[in-house]
Design a protein. Structure first.
Length: 210
């Protein structure tokens, strides 16, 4: 599998390769991972369950990982037959109630991209996303809290071999700050899962370039 694809050479995920790297119990693999957290974001090392108990208006929490390497950010494209098809996002997903907000981002990075976090540098942004309740419209809308973390990856992953689950994501690319700002990578128009993600990525570039 190729490494570090740019916008000009989009990489489509391979089912067989993902099955190879996902063999075994992912929870067992994740339990052995270690990472550092910089002091300013220690406060996000609280369990998702504790956070939700304080925010009863929130349905759930999503933790996401922004990875910037060689002045490019990792983006992954949602599968064409999944919810919100073909939209672009950073690795992330619903944080489990028993894990912290930070741990959720670290786990999702490993599950969705096959990368190991070495350090959680900063909490770049947080926002709320309102999801219509399609199955039971009478229940109204679901409010999700999204936390975006800037994360450094483990040295062993510096070759940046990305492994996607084809049931969830179909392609990935590495985009520059300018390409993010323009939502255009070569000939690829970036349709965002959330415009707030785009803004958080731009904030992450600012922090990295300080």
């Amino acid at each position: 599998m190729a490494h570090g694809q740019t916008c000009e050479s989009l990489l489509i995920t391979e089912q067989t390769h993902y099955e190879l790297v996902s063999d075994g119990d992912m929870d067992d693999q994740l339990s052995t991972l270690t990472y550092n957290v910089r002091p300013p974001i220690d406060r996000f090392e609280i369990s998702t369950q504790s956070y939700l108990s304080e925010r009863t208006d929130i349905f759930g929490v999503v933790s996401a990982a922004i990875i910037i390497h060689n002045n490019r950010v990792l983006l992954i494209q949602r599968a064409s037959d999944d919810d919100y098809p073909n939209l672009w996002e950073v690795p992330g997903g619903e944080a489990h109630k028993e894990e912290t907000l930070v741990q959720g981002a670290v786990r999702e990075l490993r599950e969705e991209a096959g990368l190991r976090a070495s350090e959680v540098i900063s909490m770049i942004g947080e926002f709320e996303w309102v999801e219509p309740e399609l199955e039971n419209p009478e229940h109204g809308e679901r409010i999700w809290k999204i936390f975006m973390f800037l994360i450094a990856i483990d040295d062993a992953d510096m070759q940046l071999e990305i492994n996607l689950d084809p049931k969830e994501h179909q392609a990935y690319l590495w985009a520059t700050e300018t390409q993010i700002r323009e939502s255009l990578c070569g000939t690829i128009q970036l349709e965002w899962m959330s415009i707030n993600q785009r803004e958080a990525i731009l904030s992450a570039f600012e922090k990295v370039n300080d």
